[in-house]
Design a protein around this ligand. Structure first.
Ligand code: SF4
Length: 618
């Protein structure tokens, strides 16, 4: 099948070596596209094949891969995204992160399906990719600038305000291990420290502009799916009205809201920081990604006591919980300011919130003092402390240098039992969801190759009533599964949802859109011209997940790394989970069931030779 795909793909990967300044193009054939689909699939394959084991993530040997899928840039809501991956400076394993906005759609129009950046420039540079032409340009005057200044400066220099920019701010330049890459000013490839990888290559930005419409073999099914969504907007009404964060009061009531470093269960201040409070107080508008009618992205504005620029959007759920309840902070304006700072400096708000909560708990327990913290009273609830710490982290100044290493490394350096307060798996700080109320998600935190990620995961509360099971019956999950269940039937549900998420991340579609697996397979068939279906797409996801597992095993990860922080096996201090810790024995059993269902050895988690053969992984 060494033919170029007919639709959906440009058939070309751009490779840029910043050490040698060599720019080249490679073609991809239809078989490669079918085996790995795009996005997460392309990234994991390329990193598995091209990175040497033991590569230092912040060295010139690491590679940054930005990839699109066959649906990227087509006229379908949710299709503007791209996926970015590398070996993570935070976990030292594989990482990938999906990001919205317009950059992905623009790269498709510029003529590529992926960009591989390797080597290291000897001075700051940015890439300019437009209509099949590529150049490496001087970014010396951009180094040290925030993302807003960077985006505007590049657009002015190149004379086009419609250029889409993926970039880093000072956090990435200063190699904060959880720096993110920003697509524009409010869409982040947040997790795993991809911004630090960019910074380590002296790469400030990738600026993109293109005018070539994506190829679509059969347009009618795409139009029909778009019309289906428009006719069923009630399915995404909450996102449309509030963005994320509307359910935070319910999260507190059910125990799902992380409070003071995942320690506590009650937080009456939640009503002052949720999406309803934002709508009632500081929201000035809603915005959208490429071609999306959901328009779920908040914009907020504050004038005092902290000016907050609406150009940086507004805090979504993960940020509200990370900088808010998880730090014991109910000051919405301060959280909005923290969100703006993280966008300007290119820092992952999830890791930032976890790291600051970790520092606060260390401080309150005497493991850090004002001598260590640049005289900051780093206590839960101190909003000023949270904002000062973000500034120090971005610049790696004083205590910021230690905290820029992430909770795992900071805990090792502090010692004295600080590891108890590091809420991370494999080095990645936990998404703001509570395994004690969602054990299936806890299993996902344990086994996900890139650590405690909430996106490529199951949210147990979504599959507890009949109405939500419709799509899953055809795939063998016949009945709702109770939230607290962690038996093999929950593991089977988790596996299916995890594979489903990887299909989204490889087609590179927004997970907020309620497309079924069948709809995804049908629209892929229409765009590419392939005779494909759900079974093939799930098999691709299994191949990708198994390959990510192999990458980590090659780096020395074992089943012991598939482990939750001990805190989740203890009760919360108060609230509905005050007497409901997770049972470690049940979670270990669930892990073993999962390995078995994936065709991996039930005790070591190593994929069996038969599974590798089945998935055609060589
Ligand atoms: S639902 Fe929201 S995040 Fe997803 S594509 Fe639409 S606007 Fe972007």
């Amino acid at each position: 099948m060494e033919t170029q795909a007919r639709g959906g793909y440009n058939g070309k990967i751009l490779r840029v070596n910043l050490s040698s300044n060599v720019i080249s193009e490679e073609t991809i054939d239809e078989l490669f596209c079918r085996k790995y689909l795009g996005g997460a699939g392309f990234i994991i394959y390329l990193l598995w094949k091209e990175l040497r084991p033991g590569t230092n993530p912040l060295s010139h040997d690491n590679k940054l891969v930005l990839a699109l899928g066959p649906l990227t840039g087509i006229p379908l809501p949710g299709s503007g995204r791209n996926c970015i991956g590398a070996k993570s400076p935070l976990t030292e394993g594989i990482t990938k992160s999906e990001v919205g906005g317009f950059w992905g759609a623009e790269l498709k129009r510029a003529g590529y399906d992926a960009v591989i950046v390797e080597g290291k420039a000897d001075k700051p540079v940015y890439l300019w990719i437009h209509d099949g032409e590529v150049s490496i340009r001087d970014a010396s005057i951009l180094w040290g600038r925030n993302t807003k200044e960077t985006q505007q400066s590049i657009r002015t220099e190149l004379g086009d305000n419609r250029i889409q920019v993926a970039m880093i701010g000072p956090g990435g330049e200063n190699l904060v291990r959880y720096a993110c890459i920003m697509n524009g000013l409010y869409d982040a490839a947040g997790r795993g420290g991809l911004g630090a990888v960019m910074g380590s290559k002296n790469l400030k930005a990738l600026a993109v502009r293109g005018r070539k419409a994506p190829t679509i073999v059969e347009r009618t099914p795409v139009k029909e799916l778009r019309e289906w969504l428009l006719a069923n907007m009630q399915l995404v009404q909450a996102f449309h009205e509030f963005g994320t964060g509307a359910a935070m009061r319910g999260f507190e009531a059910t125990g799902n809201l992380p409070i003071r470093n995942f320690r506590d269960g009650l937080f009456p201040g939640v009503k002052m920081i949720d999406a309803q409070a934002i709508k009632d107080t500081i929201r000035v508008g809603m915005d959208a990604c490429f071609g999306c009618p959901v328009r779920c992205k908040k914009k907020v504005q504050v004038s005092e006591p902290y000016p907050v620029d609406p150009a940086y959007g507004g805090p979504e759920y993960e940020t509200l919980a990370a900088l808010g309840s998880n730090c014991g902070i109910d000051d919405l304006k301060a959280i909005a300011k923290g969100n703006e700072l993280c966008g300007a400096y290119s820092l992952d708000t999830i890791s930032v919130g976890n790291v600051i909560a970790f520092a606060m708990e260390c401080f309150e327990n005497g493991l850090l003092s004002v001598k260590d913290t640049n005289s900051i009273e780093a206590r839960f609830g101190n909003a000023e402390a949270m904002l000062k710490l973000i500034e120090l982290i971005a610049r790696r100044e004083g205590i910021g240098d230690l905290l820029a290493e992430g909770t795992y490394r900071a805990a090792q350096k502090i010692g004295k039992g600080a590891a108890e307060f590091a809420m991370q798996v494999k080095g990645l700080e936990a998404g703001l969801h509570e395994p004690r109320s969602k054990p299936g998600l806890g299993l996902g935190f344990m086994v996900n190759p890139h650590g405690a990620d909430h996106c490529c995961n199951l949210h147990d509360n979504l599959y507890v009533v009949e109405g939500q099971m419709k799509e899953l019956r055809a795939l063998g999950i016949l009945e709702p599964v109770p939230v607290e269940d962690i038996s093999p039937r929950k593991v089977a549900l988790f596996k299916l949802i995890q594979l489903n998420r990887i299909v989204f991340d490889s087609l590179v579609l927004c997970q907020f859109l309620p497309y079924s697996l069948e709809q995804l397979a049908d629209v892929t068939a229409a765009v590419t011209g392939w005779d494909t279906g759900v079974m093939e797409q799930l098999k691709v996801a299994e191949r990708i997940l198994t390959m990510a597992r192999l990458f980590n095993i090659r780096e020395g990860f074992t089943a012991a790394d598939d482990m939750l922080p001990q805190r989740f096996f203890q009760p919360k201090t108060d609230g509905v989970l005050a007497d409901k810790p997770l049972d470690p024995t049940k979670l270990e059993k669930a892990k073993s069931y999962y390995y078995a269902m994936m065709g991996w050895d039930t005790s070591t988690g190593i994929p069996t030779p038969e599974k590798l053969e089945e998935l055609d992984i060589t």
